[in-house]
Design a protein around this ligand. Structure first.
Ligand code: CA
Length: 477
């Protein structure tokens, strides 16, 4: 992911802004950074108060020889494309991830039991975070942390914040918790199976396997216990569910306000039931109403434990993904990953496998969309748009949803080895297999405004209530 994530209000800390009206949506080119200036900056940092607790040997030993300009372009990347909540959830909570979670629960059952008895956190809640954060330890991010954090410490915005994280990352290695070679992560410095920032690591990581090191990269017990410790320290209430999908009474006009917590009697009296119509249980101390897509979509009553998921990454949709994944893992049922109430769309989102199927079908039809990776980026989006045009679909919007999945599946494309040249819309264009690898031909100006989106995004709601998209590195869904 991955991500800017995993930590409390990083989005607010680095001041991400939404550039919804910007015409230049593509990721900016990497800036040219002066290495002389970088080295001079590092000399200054070494003697600064923020690095007082880092010994000179450690600083010099892991001192980067050059800056990494890509992290600066990531810092300033303002994607225009906003993922709808149903797309966001269907790619994060799909059959594959639920099945991986059920397997993980079986594999780590003893450890999860011990963790529950020490921290009071339910196994499925720990697994929900683990699955969303790092795909159960499979997606950790590959950027060398010292290079990323040193570069962010010396250039562009938020240098003071990143200097603190850089110093903390050096302390983690100096403490012997994690090997320097394992210090890789997101462009912003979140790392390991929990995707903690270094400051969160120093505050909350625990050694659970008893080897004396807090190794959130290689030790699953350490990572799971540290996740439970994070949730416990943020106010997790033992024995409580996170909340429920509910059904609103007819004529209810309240708005989404998760923080306005009321007793369950209050909600019962209002006429709320569970989504399946059964009465609301009383096992939540209090709950607030969450309406992720407004009045018409699924509705939830969420308690304090939902708020602890939220504190992991300051996004309600993110917290809902953890909550929903944890329920499905707990039920051990991967057959249906939708909520009971449908999203207010006639074109629901697709799973990662369906994204791969679409990409393979496009390849089979002669569209050179690059690798089949299940991540709908620029090239895939453009190819979808061209395929839609060729089939007379209006609007040809490039959207990878269930409608397009059904369209391309119905056309038997997955078995077609021939490019559909005859249906190509723009006679001046050619099927992309003749273009340079990984690129598709741009057929009009609006195409050039499609964002470079090989990465995923996640919605983050800032303290000001504004929803912003932040990048999720390395395909971490
Ligand atoms: Ca350990």
């Amino acid at each position: 992911m991955k991500p800017i994530h995993a930590f409390t209000s990083l989005a607010a800390a680095i001041g991400l802004t939404l550039a919804a009206t910007s015409a230049s949506a593509a990721k900016p080119a990497d800036p040219i950074l002066s290495n002389a200036e970088f080295q001079q900056c590092l000399d200054g940092l070494k003697n600064s108060s923020q690095f007082r607790s880092v010994d000179g040997f450690t600083f010099n030993n892991y001192r980067p020889t050059a800056p990494d300009p890509s992290v600066i372009s990531s810092l300033n990347y303002q994607p225009e494309f906003q993922k709808d909540v149903w797309d966001y959830l269907s790619s994060l909570v799909d059959k594959e991830r639920v099945e991986d979670g059920i397997r993980a629960r079986r594999q780590w059952a003893d450890t999860l039991r011990q963790i529950e008895s020490r921290y009071g956190v339910k196994p499925e809640h720990v697994l929900g975070v683990w699955g969303v954060e790092s795909n159960f330890g499979q997606t950790l991010g590959k950027k060398p942390l010292f290079e990323s954090l040193a570069t962010l410490s010396c250039f562009d915005r938020r240098q003071s914040y990143f200097r603190g994280e850089y110093a903390n990352a050096l302390k983690i290695v100096a403490n012997g918790d994690i090997a320097a070679s394992d210090m890789t992560g997101s462009w912003a410095g979140a790392f390991g199976q929990t995707q903690f920032m270094p400051s969160t690591f120093l505050e909350l990581a625990v050694d659970f396997d008893g080897d004396g090191r807090r190794d959130l990269v290689n030790s699953v017990p350490d990572a799971l216990a540290s996740t439970a410790n994070f949730l416990a320290k943020r106010g997790y209430r033992s024995g409580e569910p996170w909340g429920y999908e509910v059904k609103k009474p007819d004529g209810f006009w309240g708005s989404s306000n998760r923080k306005d917590k009321k007793s369950m009697s209050y909600w019962r009296d209002k006429g709320f039931t569970l989504a399946n119509g059964s009465p609301l249980p009383y096992d939540l101390d209090s709950a607030g109403l969450l309406l992720p897509a407004g009045a018409d979509g699924p509705a939830f009553l969420v308690g304090k434990n939902f708020d602890t998921f939220y504190s992991y990454n300051a996004s309600e949709n993110y917290a809902l993904a953890i909550a929903h994944l944890s329920d499905l893992i707990s039920r051990q049922d991967s057959s249906k990953t939708d909520f009971i109430t449908a999203w207010p769309t006639d074109d629901p989102g697709i799973s990662r496998q369906q994204a791969k199927d679409i990409q393979q079908a496009l390849l089979n039809n002669g569209y050179d969309i690059g690798a089949v990776d299940g991540i709908i980026g620029d090239n895939t989006r453009l190819a979808i748009q061209q395929y839609q045009s060729s089939r007379g679909v209006y609007p040809a919007d490039g959207r990878a949803g269930q409608k397009f999945y059904n369209l391309i599946a119905a056309n038997g494309s997955s078995t077609s080895a021939q490019p559909s040249r005859t249906t190509w819309q723009n006679p001046s264009s050619q099927p992309a297999q003749t273009s340079q690898p990984g690129r598709v031909i741009r057929s009009n100006d609006s195409m050039s405004q499609l964002i470079e989106s090989k990465q995923g995004y996640r919605q983050v709601q800032g303290a000001d209530g504004v929803i912003r998209m932040v990048r999720v590195d390395d395909g971490a869904q």
